[in-house]
Design a protein around this ligand. Sequence first.
Ligand SMILES: NC(=O)c1ccc[n+]([C@@H]2O[C@H](COP(=O)([O-])OP(=O)(O)OC[C@H]3O[C@@H](n4cnc5c(N)ncnc54)[C@H](OP(=O)(O)O)[C@@H]3O)[C@@H](O)[C@H]2O)c1
Length: 308
Amino acid sequence: MKAVRIHAFGGPEVLQIDEVETPVPQAGEVLVKVVAASVNPVDWKVRAGYLQAVFQQSFPIALGEDFAGTVAAVGADVTDVKVGDEVYGSIPVVRGGSYAEYLIAQAGDYALKPKSLDFAQAASLGVAALTAWQAFDTAGLSAGQKVLIHAAAGGVGSMAVQLAKARSAQVIGTASARNAEFVKGLGADEVIDYATTKFEDVVKDADVVFDLMGGDTQARSYGVLKRGGWLVSAAQPPDAAQLQAYGLHGQMVGMRPDKAQFEALTALIEASKVKPIVETILPLTDIRRAHELSQTGRTRGKIILTMA
Ligand SMILES: NC(=O)c1ccc[n+]([C@@H]2O[C@H](COP(=O)([O-])OP(=O)(O)OC[C@H]3O[C@@H](n4cnc5c(N)ncnc54)[C@H](OP(=O)(O)O)[C@@H]3O)[C@@H](O)[C@H]2O)c1
């Protein structure tokens, strides 16, 4: 089968489509014939070698987490799916990758694909939706609370806006002017153009900040929260001294695949409360272009790779 792998860290040019053995599912595992995968920023961060200390992978490294496809074979003890079922989900970075014609998924990595979605749409969901889901669980985001979502137009942000509205929260998102109407269309009550307005000048007493930027954006976020509020970040661990100074809770989330959450997400999709946002669909052969696009940091929703 074909699989995208790297044999050295570097720019998009180190991405190679290799011919490798199709894996065989062991007990508890499922072989998925991948129809579509999605690109996440973590993929190019791994490719560039920025996350070597975190994941400690050895070459060759197969890339990609999110997938949608059909079950091609099941190992012993697998009872929740059968050959031919359409599934979607994510595999952890260290068990990559989904940029391949087949992958091995374990229990918890997948759920049945929402019937109303095509494979590209379903492949867009895993990391983006579950990162937001787990961030809001961590912060205990509940009805009526005010949440500020940074980078609301991106892959995670566009899911976060919809999932926060599904929890009946009051949602403020940051985005550039070209994405203001898009983010409002996802349900945001207010969109702040980060290029012209300092969010800390207009947001006060938020219950939760969901930080997808880190750096200066995170540093300016502590002051917009009420005491006892939550700064939850997918980009960078919050600063303990700042949390203490402002009387806040804070945590970095690291997304983990979770079957119950995939199933709950499917229910929200079937109830038309959440929709996938697919910006670009490229064939696997355009993998270098896909990484270049993701690295611009300007993606609206998700970039999808198709295997056919
Ligand atoms: N810890 C985890 O488990 C986990 C999981 C998923 C993602 N992440 C991390 O979370 C971050 C976001 O991921 P993603 O997939 O959402 O990325 P993404 O799709 O590449 O995000 C792109 C978006 O960022 C927006 N943006 C850029 N600069 C901004 C600024 N200064 N203020 C507000 N918005 C800005 C852009 O909007 P405009 O074009 O309007 O500027 C664009 O829509 C990445 O660092 C990723 O590695 C972590």
